[in-house]
Design a protein around this ligand. Structure first.
Ligand SMILES: Cc1cc2nc3c(=O)[nH]c(=O)nc-3n(C[C@H](O)[C@H](O)[C@H](O)COP(=O)(O)O)c2cc1C
Length: 213
């Protein structure tokens, strides 16, 4: 009886789909966006889409050199020298994968590209999304770099600019993911404008030019 109740509860309250969100975040911006996305996905359907957040484990090997450099250069130093470890999670255990990261020097961090290149996305190739966070207005070649690293073109992309409230855009992105997974209804196709018959304009009477006398 107990196992039946557990079964029933699992079936009734199970999330609609499972999504893996893999991201790199050095100063917390991408992490914040990843958390907002997780929250939005949980509300996109009645049962919600369940997401697993995986922060890439990246570290600078030369800590002695790191301590010596000026404060303003620390971020760039870490970015240049960090090495990331491939996560243990497997994309094929999920219905979709979302990859996020900061824009570094107009593209996706090289070490993130390296790790993603080692992962196998083939099982979810039509359900992969990417998002970037940036100080500026453009993701540069962030999303293309993902394609170059993995051979997969994302089904949707998103950019969160530092200091800009993108709550609505994230909700839209989550909805798009739900639609891609078939758990959110597609947007209705707008009705075509009715064709209004043009009233025929009567031809103007041809007035013979009277020769001037
Ligand atoms: C080394 C480095 C390079 C950056 N290059 C760019 C860039 O080319 N374009 C841009 O818009 N922002 C750039 N930024 C800003 C970051 O993209 C932005 O602050 C991002 O949201 C940081 O994400 P995080 O807090 O998750 O690490 C750079 C930051 C660092 C540390």
């Amino acid at each position: 009886m107990l196992s039946f109740i557990v079964f029933l509860t699992t079936v009734l309250f199970a999330a609609d789909k499972k999504v893996l969100i893999v991201y790199l975040s050095q100063t917390g911006e991408t992490e914040k966006t990843a958390n907002q996305l997780k929250e939005s996905l949980s509300k996109v359907t009645e049962n919600g889409i369940e997401s697993t957040l995986v922060s890439l484990d990246c570290h600078t090997e030369d800590e002695t050199a790191f301590k010596k450099i000026a404060l303003y250069a620390k971020s760039a130093f870490r970015a240049a020298t960090a090495v990331c470890t491939k996560p243990t999670e497997n994309p094929s255990d999920y219905d979709a994968v979302i990859v996020g990261g900061p824009v570094w020097w107009w593209t996706m961090p090289k070490q993130e590209q390296n790790v993603l290149g080692e992962m196998d996305f083939s099982a979810v190739k039509d359900h992969v999304f990417t998002f970037a966070t940036a100080g500026g207005k453009t993701p540069g070649s962030f999303h293309n770099a993902f394609t170059t690293a993995t051979g997969i073109t994302p089904s949707g992309t998103f950019l969160a600019r530092n200091g800009v409230d993108v709550t609505d855009e994230i909700a839209q992105f989550a909805k798009k993911i739900g639609q891609n997974l078939g758990v959110v209804a597609a947007d209705p196709v707008p009705e075509p404008e009715p064709v209004v018959e043009q009233e025929s304009v009567p031809e103007p009477p041809v007035v013979e030019n009277k020769e001037e006398i």
